[in-house]
Design a protein. Structure first.
Lengths: 217, 217
DNA sequence: GTAAAATTTTAGATTAGTCTAAAAAATAAT
DNA sequence: ATTATTTTTTAGACTAATCTAAAATTTTAC
């Protein structure tokens, strides 16, 4: 059983490690958790003792299979609650993150199964991120940031990397929501801005923005 | 701003004081919170410092107007979430208490207003207890336990005092749900059991049970 | 390949919430 | 109206999560 704080650390480790693919350094985790390296070292020891991560001094941490499942359950809850807030309560998709950060720690497997059913077993959340099923299985479609696409590419917006509120508001304004059609028309050499079609609507976006829009084929 | 633990103490004080009507003793609070008197004394000092209660040594605590409002907001959240769990997710009314104990601490005024709207601004929760409005106003109907009723009394089940899971299951079995018609047919002198009509269905209930069913005229 | 810089860990303190055991105050009993 | 009992408070200690400052280790630079 993990405490609320331990759950948040584990979730951050899972994300920083790209789902368990690579080791996470103490400092990176300290930045992500908005805390100090010394605090991270302490917490790492506790999470190792609980066998959700493995820890090698000065080299960083890796999630264990057990830890991965636990992290995915927190992510499942987070994304189901976000879906609830948008689909049922009428929140805008850029307003739900902070509340979902709280709701994700409610501990009741029955509640989550009922909520999943109530929402109609959604596959993705309002940001387009996949929702792990009750066994922790997640369907990973390769998501590519717009700035890496070739001219002429056509696809669908899958998710947004940064969850900064101002970015999300801007994307909403230009109609760049998950699920929407997207096509690359051109790239500007000089400032790396791009001309794209969002749901058949022509817009220009900066490098900072194109890096944060993830698409699938 | 109160911590989760402080919120739970304040809620218990509010309930034990009958909504602020009388003082609460340290030991009573220790029993209600399942803790030791020494811990209660410590917490009382903190709640006094935050001016949600007043405290006189060896005499007990009283809630301040500010504390009453804060307690009512927690109760509002608890009862709205219970309504959500039963009306929308299909929980039985005897299964929701523990989950609502967690959900009531989610801090987002906007979430609660949206939830209230989604539920259609309910006046009472699944146990028949009134839901305070967004200003903390609560409609108090005098609720009388069945064991204190005269023979021939007719009314409606309003609430259940004890939230013990076994009691709630039993009440469900005999059809004793909030909102259901009730009539007192007779009292047995010898063991204080009673014969009552629940939704036109005749049943006998023990003293232990009749004390816990609250009715309104 | 050693010195300098950056990173990570340890050591020692702090706060919130809790506990046990002992002291203080209030209530009850003779 | 003293003594005995119960209740409440204080004193001191413990765990979880955090911090600052110093020590240890790794990486980078010349």
């Amino acid at each position: 059983m993990l405490s609320l704080t331990e759950e948040n650390y584990l979730k951050a480790i899972y994300h920083l490690s790209d789902g368990g693919a690579k080791a996470v350094l103490t400092n990176a985790l300290a930045v992500a958790m908005n805390t100090k390296a010394a605090s991270v070292t302490d917490m790492i020891k506790k999470l190792s003792a609980k066998e959700v991560i493995t820890y090698e001094k000065y080299y960083g941490v890796n999630v264990t299979p057990k830890g991965k499942t636990e992290a995915l359950m927190v992510i499942r809850k987070h994304r189901l609650w976000e879906t609830f807030l948008v689909d049922k309560l009428g929140f805008a998709w850029d307003e739900v993150h902070e509340v979902a950060e709280q709701l994700e720690h409610i501990n009741s497997p029955r509640l989550i199964e009922k909520l999943d059913e109530f929402l109609g077993y959604p596959k993705v959340d309002p940001h387009g991120d996949p929702i792990p099923d009750h066994k922790g299985k997640i369907k990973i479609q390769p998501q590519v940031p717009v700035d890496q696409l070739q001219i002429g590419f056509q696809g669908k917006i899958a998710a947004v990397k940064d969850s900064d509120s101002n970015l999300l508001k801007y994307l909403d304004k230009i109609g760049a929501r998950p699920g929407v059609k997207i096509k690359v028309l051109g790239k500007e050499e000089y400032d790396e801005s791009m001309e794209i079609l969002i749901d058949d609507h022509r817009v220009f976006i900066s490098k900072a923005v194109s890096q944060n829009i993830l698409v699938v084929g």
